[in-house]
Design a protein around this ligand. Structure first.
Ligand code: PBG
Length: 312
C-alpha cells in the first residue's frame, strides 16, 4: 500500500554522477574524506562512465584535477585544449557518445594556484569581469571537446550570459547550460577540496551565497534565466531544501540539486554504525526529490541506480 500511494519515486534517470579525473596517475587515488570515491585515471573514468550508463544514470559531471605544476594564477590548464578536463570530456564522449549526458564543471578553482574560482586583481580579490573572459574561453574549449552541458559553478555575476554568447559565437548553440544558480558558501564542501587537491586558503564568501539568505537566491535565479540558463541548480541540497522548493515552484526549466561531498561524507560516516547507511542514502535522495529536484547530482548515483533497477 505504501508503494502504491507513494508521492515521490526515485528513478535511475534522475541521477547524475559527479566524477573526478586526475592528470598523471596510473592507478585511481582514493579520497580519504569520501570513502568509496576516487580520483580516476583516464582509463577508470571511462569505465565509471560505462558503469553509470549501464545502471541507467542519465548524466556524468566531470571535474579535472591537473598536476600541481600546471596550476597558475590564471588557471590556464582549464583552457588548454589538452588540459585534463578537455581530454576527459573527449575520452568519455568517445566511450559513450550521446547515450550519457556529459557535463563539465566550468570553473577555475581546480586550475588556479591560489584555488579561487576566478582570477585575482592587484589586491588579491576575485576580479569578476576578468574572470568572465576566462569562463568564455573555458566554455569554448569544453564545447570543442564534445561536452553536452556546461556547468558554470563559480558564481560570478553575468557568467551565464557570457558563456551563452561564447558558445553561440563558435556555433555551439546546442550545448546547454546548467547554471549553478543558488550555490551557497558552505562548510559541506570540505571533502571536495581534497577531491580536487584544491590550493584554497580562505573562503568563497565574496562570491557564493550567504546561507542566511533566500531572497538573494531568487534574484540570482531571475538573472540566470534572463541570461539563458537551460537548467538551474541548488547546491548544497540537504541543508537548502526550502530554497530548492521555492526555485522549483518558480521556474519552468528543469531543476537540479547537488548533494555535495560533505553530505556524502556525513552519511558514509555511518560505517561507525550510528545510522543505517543504505536507508539514509535513499531517504536523503527522496527528500531532495520531494522538495522539487528533477535531477540530483550525487556521488551515490551508480550504486543507487543499480539498486533501484534491482527493486531494492
Ligand atoms: C567549484 C565547485 C565546488 C564544488 C563543485 N564545483 C567547490 C566549491 O565551490 O568550493 C563542490 C562539490 C562538492 O562539494 O561535492 N568548482
Amino acid at each position: 500500500m505504501r508503494r502504491m500511494v507513494a508521492e515521490t519515486r526515485l528513478h535511475p534517470a534522475d541521477l547524475i554522477l559527479p566524477a573526478f579525473v586526475r592528470e598523471g596517475i596510473t592507478e585511481p587515488v582514493p579520497i580519504g574524506a569520501m570513502p568509496g570515491v576516487v580520483q580516476h585515471t583516464r582509463d577508470t573514468l571511462r569505465k565509471a562512465a560505462v558503469e553509470a550508463l549501464e545502471a541507467g544514470v542519465s548524466g556524468i559531471m566531470l571535474f579535472g584535477v591537473p598536476e600541481d605544476a600546471r596550476k597558475d594564477a590564471a588557471g590556464t590548464a582549464g583552457t588548454d585544449p589538452d588540459g585534463i578536463l578537455q581530454v576527459a570530456i573527449r575520452d568519455v564522449r568517445a566511450e559513450v557518445g550521446d547515450d550519457l549526458v556529459i557535463m563539465s564543471d566550468l570553473c577555475l578553482d581546480e586550475f588556479t594556484d591560489h584555488g579561487h574560482c576566478g582570477v585575482l586583481d592587484a589586491e588579491g580579490r576575485v576580479d569578476n569581469d576578468a574572470t568572465l573572459e576566462r569562463y568564455a574561453e573555458m566554455a569554448q574549449v569544453q564545447a570543442d571537446a564534445g561536452v553536452h552541458v556546461v556547468g558554470p559553478s563559480g558564481m560570478m555575476d553575468g557568467q551565464v550570459g557570457v558563456v551563452r554568447d561564447a558558445l553561440d559565437t563558435i556555433g555551439k548553440e546546442d550545448v546547454a547550460i546548467l547554471a549553478y544558480t543558488a550555490k551557497y558558501s558552505s562548510a559541506f564542501y570540505g571533502p571536495f577540496r581534497e577531491a580536487v587537491g584544491s590550493s584554497l586558503e580562505g573562503d568563497r564568501k565574496t562570491y557564493q551565497q550567504d546561507p542566511a539568505n533566500l531572497r538573494e537566491s531568487m534574484r540570482e535565479l531571475a538573472l540566470d534565466l534572463e541570461e539563458g540558463a537551460d537548467m538551474v541548480m541548488v547546491k548544497p541540497a540537504g541543508p537548502y531544501l526550502d530554497v530548492l522548493a521555492k526555485v522549483a515552484a518558480t521556474v519552468d526549466v528543469p531543476v537540479a540539486a547537488y548533494q555535495i561531498s560533505g553530505e556524502y561524507a556525513m552519511v558514509e560516516a555511518a560505517e561507525k554504525g550510528w545510522i543505517d547507511r543504505d536507508k539514509a542514502i535513499l531517504e536523503s535522495l527522496t527528500g531532495i526529490r520531494r522538495a522539487g529536484a528533477q535531477m540530483i547530482l550525487t556521488y551515490w548515483a551508480t550504486e543507487v541506480a543499480q539498486k533501484l533497477a534491482r527493486g531494492v
